[in-house]
Design a protein around this ligand. Structure first.
Ligand code: SF4
Length: 244
């Protein structure tokens, strides 16, 4: 969800809520629920909400509404990034962001309890702790680098090395926030040839030099998976200390 698709509870007087979107979101989640009944754990039903200056104050109510009504496996919150039409939407104060992250941590714990119900108590505890610690680490890293590069990440960004973006027309970028480095069509739609291109390796070096640290959770998550420091020190610490 780029904006809350539903009317928070209690109903808000703000003008950005969209009751029609509320109905569409409910219908979508209901349809996904039917698929999930068929596919079980092979299908995960997640909600994703972008935090903006407009909606930040109402997101705890949104989190409650999604938890109570949509039967999701998880509900994730990511602060707005990039180049929005209204740059004012990025004016979410870091303190407000941290407050919000603390408020939604309770819901994240509820989703974890529902998601990880292994019979073995130790396995169950470990999975829930790893989930909470990873989300707390995401939140801390996002808050530290919003709205622009701030404290940096505790690990290198692996954009262009472990993850790439392919645009609708074949354009290739290391991440959505950086310029294109080429087009798959220039390599006959051969991914291996594009991967071997010098433009990609140059971009990896440029990212390391630019230190363009952002709040993009997909890249934070992919990068942490390749960082022993993040996996074995920062995530356990975030689990102990909370989201911020
Ligand atoms: S830190 Fe952010 S902007 Fe820079 S390359 Fe990684 S994902 Fe892109």
């Amino acid at each position: 969800m780029r904006r809350p698709l539903i009317t928070p509870t209690p109903p808000s007087k703000t003008t950005w809520t969209r009751p029609a979107n509320d109905r569409r979101a409910a219908a979508t989640f209901e349809a996904l629920g039917r698929c999930k009944a068929r596919w079980g754990r092979r299908l995960w039903k997640n909600a994703n909400t972008v935090i903006t200056a407009d909606n930040a104050a109402e997101l705890p109510a949104l989190a409650a509404h999604v938890w109570e009504n949509f039967g999701c496996d998880g509900h994730y919150f990511n602060v707005i990034r990039g180049d929005p039409k209204d740059p004012g939407q990025k004016a979410v104060p870091a303190a407000e962001l941290r407050r919000l992250h603390r408020l939604i941590a309770d819901y994240e714990a509820r989703y974890a309890a529902r998601m990880f119900d292994d019979r073995h108590r130790l396995v169950r505890w470990f999975k829930r702790a790893a989930y909470a610690g990873t989300l707390a680490f995401h939140h801390r890293t996002q808050a530290a680098n919003h709205p622009g590069p701030g404290d940096g990440w505790p690990m290198p960004c692996t954009a262009g090395e472990t993850i790439l973006v392919i645009d609708h027309d074949g354009g290739v970028r290391a991440c959505e926030l950086r310029d294109r480095i080429g087009n798959l069509r220039d390599h006959g739609c051969d991914f291996a040839a594009m991967w071997a291109d010098r433009a990609r390796t140059d971009e990896v070096a440029a990212i390391a030099a630019d230190r363009c640290f952002c709040s993009h959770v997909c890249f934070i998550h992919d990068s942490l998976r390749h960082s022993p420091r993040a996996l074995f020190a920062e995530i356990p610490l975030a689990w102990l200390n909370g989201p911020g």
